[in-house]
Design a protein around this ligand. Structure first.
Ligand code: GLU
Length: 596
């Protein structure tokens, strides 16, 4: 979201956030895209969420407390990208135990889900994406609230209830609509307009809310307060859950829709039992080395950790020290394509530990890196490697790759050295377009992250739907340690481009030696094993000619890739906190103390 002018942000912070425990209004001096300082930091896509997180840190909360409070606020101010109707992946570095842990709060499908879940019984063909998306079928059991509770209980110092209060106040009193928010509604107006509960909040008077108007969501404030009072049981086993299941099983399509929708709106199969039996998972993080650094990421059902690690390993094998930008970017694009081929073939919710370990191993990277030529780009799509072979032998066909623009990411560090990297989502911008009536939050469409039909020819597809299964994700919250201590933390939204955005920021920082804010701002390109590279116009302009000469092809340019947040931890406790200067309206970074 757009960065608020400092004066507006200070005003917001002082009027909205002052909790009974918060005597003086927090000073939020620096809410631009980069903040440098000490004592903890918060970086999100949104000034209000960053201010909430900073306020928690300033009042003695730790990184986990601040991350949960900021995420809850993003559920209000970035409701089309995240919220308690969705899921996500939380990666945490615990300074006291020197340990990286993760929470898998990914949405789960119904127990009745089979591999043909997204096949239209009428004609045996996969549903159109939008037909599947705006339906009860696409919504999985939301894992976000369970993630917050687990994080707060395991590592936080505040109750979940108290961490929901600032967000509830923002929802009650409202926040200013910016151009990004307005556009997100405009892009989804036809879908939102089919549901009275959605249009009542987001299409006031039948139109997207005007830029500069205040948007309130008292239903969501009440839901947060109900959860704060009674616990998450009201959501997973109580009245909020009943409303979720009713909405999924009997979508309440408006008698007077705003705009037309081309598809029937189908009910879903999720049950109260699916909701009641949902649990977050706590998988070990993925782990790999890169030039003496240790890279930790999110394991399955996300493919983010294995993909970022595999691509970095391939780059490490490619001997790029001292190489110029064109050469580094050539290898970056080739490593991405190879990695996406392997991801398509091998990575899904149930990938075996043996395969996961192999994918992030140096041995595998050597088998893949040997296929890259310094002079000529590979023909895309490249086939996946044969996981059981040794040597430089590829196997058969590749698979298509998806792209989304929703989701949100935040990075938080505290004065004790704990770090949170958290990516959360409701999948598409606006999820499945259904606000749960009376509860104020949108449901996810995460189950459309499954492949609707096999993509791997005669080989099994690891990402087909199955009973209770979680769809494969690309979310890549990443923490990099140097000498056992945090050095970098970063993540981004962007569907499958998340992997390449995280990878490219790391390449910019670690191989091209850019300072972190420049590594973040630099123009991006994404090669996900398809014929054409997807590039931002500035990337195409800067490197198009040189890369085309090496045999790369460009597809249609895209205005922007990702909306990342990141931090670098420097000597003597220094923190460089960054967010996007421009993409998705720019983000907001803040530190607790600008000076030591
Ligand atoms: N649902 C996507 C995933 O989990 C994220 C969507 C997005 O970033 O747009 O990979």
């Amino acid at each position: 979201m757009r960065i608020l002018p400092v004066s507006a942000a200070v005003l917001l912070t002082s009027t909205l956030l002052a909790a009974p425990a918060t005597a003086s209004p927090p000073a939020t001096a620096a809410l631009g895209p980069t903040a440098i300082g000490y004592g903890g930091a918060v970086s999100t896509v949104d000034a209000t969420a960053t201010a909430v997180g900073l306020d928690v840190l300033r009042h003695g909360g730790n990184a986990v407390d601040a991350a949960v409070a900021a995420a809850a606020t993003l559920g209000v101010t970035e409701p089309f990208s995240s919220g308690i109707g969705g899921g996500g992946f939380f990666v945490y570095y615990d300074a006291r135990h020197h340990r990286v842990s993760t929470i898998d709060g990914r949405e789960a499908g119904p127990a009745t889900m089979t591999s043909t879940y997204f096949i239209d019984p009428a004609d045996g063909q996969p549903f159109d994406f939008q037909e599947a998306r705006v339906s009860g079928l696409s919504a999985g059991v939301p894992g976000t609230l369970a993630t917050w509770e687990t994080a707060a209980r395991s590592w936080g110092t505040r109750s979940l209830g108290s961490l929901l209060q600032p967000a509830a106040r923002v929802a009650d009193r409202g926040f200013p609509v910016d151009a990004t928010f307005h556009q997100q509604v405009a892009d989804n107006a036809a879908a939102f307009g089919q549901f009275d509960a959605t249009s009542a909040i987001y299409l006031p008077g039948g139109q997207p809310p005007a830029v500069g108007s205040m948007l309130r969501n008292p239903d969501l404030a009440d839901t947060y307060r109900l959860i704060a009072r009674k616990g998450t049981g009201v959501f997973y086993r109580g009245p909020v859950g009943d409303d979720i299941i009713r909405t999924i099983q009997h979508p309440s399509v408006s008698a007077h829709p705003i705009g037309t929708w081309a598809y029937p709106i189908r009910p879903g199969e999720l049950t109260k039992r699916d909701l009641a039996t949902y649990r977050v998972r706590r998988p070990a993080p993925t782990r790999s080395g890169f030039h003496g650094l240790t890279v930790y990421g999110m394991s399955t059902p996300s493919s983010g950790g294995t993909a970022v690690s595999e691509a970095l390993n391939i780059l490490e094998q490619s001997g790029l020290s001292g190489a110029d930008a064109t050469k580094v970017l050539h290898y970056y694009l080739e490593a991405s394509a190879l990695t996406f081929a392997d991801r398509g073939r091998y990575v899904g919710a149930y990938t075996s530990d043996r395969i996961l370990k192999k994918l992030v191993s140096d041995r595998w990277a050597r088998q893949r890196a040997c296929q890259i030529s310094p002079a000529t780009a590979l023909t895309k799509p490249v086939p996946p490697g044969d996981i059981n072979a040794s040597g430089c032998t590829p196997a058969i066909v590749g698979g298509p790759t998806e792209q989304g623009q929703s989701t949100t990411n935040l990075t938080v560090a505290d004065k004790w050295g704990n770090v949170v990297e958290y990516t959360l989502t409701i999948e598409q911008t606006g999820g499945n377009a259904m606000v749960v009536p009376g509860r104020g939050f949108l449901l996810n469409n995460e189950l459309t992250d499954f492949n609707f039909a096999g993509t791997q020819g005669t080989a099994p597809d690891p990402n087909l739907p199955g009973p209770g299964k979680r769809p494969r994700s690309s979310m890549s919250p990443t923490i990099v340690l140097k000498d056992g201590k945090p050095f970098l933390a970063l993540g981004s939204p962007g569907g499958a481009t998340i992997i390449t955005t995280v990878l490219q920021i790391l390449v910019n920082r670690l191989l091209l030696d850019m300072p972190l804010p420049a590594a973040m701002a630099a123009p991006r390109a994404s090669q996900r094993n398809s014929a054409g590279i997807q590039a931002e116009p500035a990337f195409h302009t800067a490197y198009g000619q040189a890369l085309t000469a090496l045999g790369h092809s460009f597809g249609a340019d895209t205005p922007e890739l990702g909306a990342a947040t990141a931090m670098e931890f420097t000597r003597h406790g220094g923190i460089i906190a960054t967010a996007e200067p421009v993409r998705r309206g720019g983000g907001a970074a803040a530190v607790v103390h600008p000076t030591r």
